[in-house]
Ligand binder design. Structure first.
Ligand SMILES: *[C@@H]1O[C@H](CO)[C@@H](O)[C@H](O)[C@H]1NC(C)=O
Ligand SMILES: *[C@@H]1O[C@H](CO)[C@@H](O)[C@H](O)[C@H]1NC(C)=O
Ligand SMILES: *[C@@H]1O[C@H](CO)[C@@H](O)[C@H](O)[C@H]1NC(C)=O
Ligand SMILES: *[C@@H]1O[C@H](CO)[C@@H](O)[C@H](O)[C@H]1NC(C)=O
Ligand SMILES: *[C@@H]1O[C@H](CO)[C@@H](O)[C@H](O)[C@H]1NC(C)=O
Length: 313
């Protein structure tokens, strides 16, 4: 016993002395997008849950395939999906952060991802707008949101000092970082957010996430607009990178400049690259092909919503 313990110790020493091996990349990543309850009366006739096509295109543009994750499945079914996908996107929207089925199901994946990452099984999560807010609720264990309305307005990001050493913006060329800090390249469509004060005052939240940027809301309060996990590959934006390339409703202020498009492209690629570090996979090819978004057709909804196309489930 003493001998095998010694052997183990030697192996550990040998391993740590060896050059860092790059983990096998997964070049067929699949990102799960959690569906959300339809809250808009005029869209109910198409289905109970939905995903706007803009989020699907956003992920696909980064080089991944999409699996829609239905709500109301058993824990065992969600665990099986978790073992099959390489990352999770939590979309924007308007459901309750604590009582909705969307929030409940996101919590299941969040806890699975925490455990997986802590055990060396890389699994990234990205939250946009409501998805960002939900990540703060899941990490803090309480709802710290307050009114920080920024509705239909575009902002540059006010970067924090931590942004310069962030993972999220690593691949941004310096001219684009500068543009993002000076030009209004981020579309904001929210009424609530986490103020910088509330964020920093909550040890769970500020211990878990680095704040990469803040902005000033229409009521003058400073809210956190971009964050990334200190140790975990969890990312959140209070703004909407997908609209820059994939939403065109002329009634809304969607940034479509060439720099706005670059920001959206690089962030989609960044998140998909995070997914390439996950080796989860479907156990059967038929199960994979049956789960992919290609089995569904989006519906034209530009005349009844702010989206051009939406998938319903
Ligand atoms: C989920 O299940 C509950 C209880 O059966 C039901 O009331 C609700 O409409 C379902 N939600 C969705 C999105 O299917
Ligand atoms: C950035 O921060 C400065 C200083 O607090 C503030 O005056 C400005 O309004 C902020 N910009 C945005 C777009 O939020
Ligand atoms: C959004 O902002 C744009 C530009 O400021 C404005 O023209 C438009 O009317 C606004 N839309 C809504 C729905 O408030
Ligand atoms: C919206 O457009 C679709 C497709 O053209 C059409 O079937 C539907 O009736 C329209 N809805 C409204 C409310 O105009
Ligand atoms: C909800 O539906 C109304 C029309 O019934 C539409 O004007 C509005 O833009 C929709 N909201 C969203 C977020 O799509």
């Amino acid at each position: 016993m003493g001998f095998s313990a010694l052997l183990c110790a030697c192996v550990v020493v040998l391993c740590s002395a060896a050059p860092v091996k790059h983990p096998q990349r997964n070049d067929r990543p699949i990102i799960g997008i959690l569906t959300q309850e339809v809250d808009n009366e005029s869209m109910r006739k198409f289905g109970k849950t939905y995903i706007p096509s803009s989020y699907v295109k956003y992920i696909e543009s980064g080089g991944a395939r999409v699996v829609p994750i239905r709500l109301n499945q058993s824990l065992a079914e969600h665990e099986q999906i978790f073992r099959s996908i390489n990352g999770l996107l939590l979309i924007g929207g308007a459901v309750d952060l604590q009582t909705s089925e969307f929030a409940h199901t996101a919590g299941i994946y969040f806890r699975l991802a925490l455990k997986a990452n802590d055990g060396g099984d890389y699994f990234p999560i990205w939250g946009t707008c409501l998805g960002f807010q939900l990540l703060t609720v899941l990490v803090a264990g309480e709802n710290l949101l307050s009114k920080t309305t920024a509705e239909n307005v575009t902002y540059p990001l006010n970067f924090t000092a931590e942004a310069s050493s962030s993972r999220m913006f690593t691949n941004f060329p310096s001219d684009l970082r500068k543009a993002l800090s000076q030009e209004p390249l981020t579309g904001n469509f929210h009424h609530y957010g986490v103020t910088k004060e509330a964020f920093m005052g909550n040890e769970k939240l500020s211990g878990f996430f680095s704040v990469l940027s803040t902005n000033i809301a229409q009521n003058g309060l400073e809210f956190v607009s971009t964050m990334e996990g200190r140790k975990h590959p969890f990312y959140g934006v209070q703004w909407h990178p997908e609209v820059n390339r994939f939403q065109w409703d002329p009634r809304y202020n969607f940034p479509h400049s060439s720099n706005a498009v670059r920001v959206s492209s690089l962030l989609a690629e960044f998140f998909v690259n995070e997914g390439r570090r996950s080796s989860h996979r479907f156990s059967e090819a038929a199960e994979e092909s049956g789960a992919l978004i290609y089995n569904y057709n989006p519906v034209y909804v530009a005349n009844i919503s702010a989206y051009e196309q939406t998938y319903f489930f």
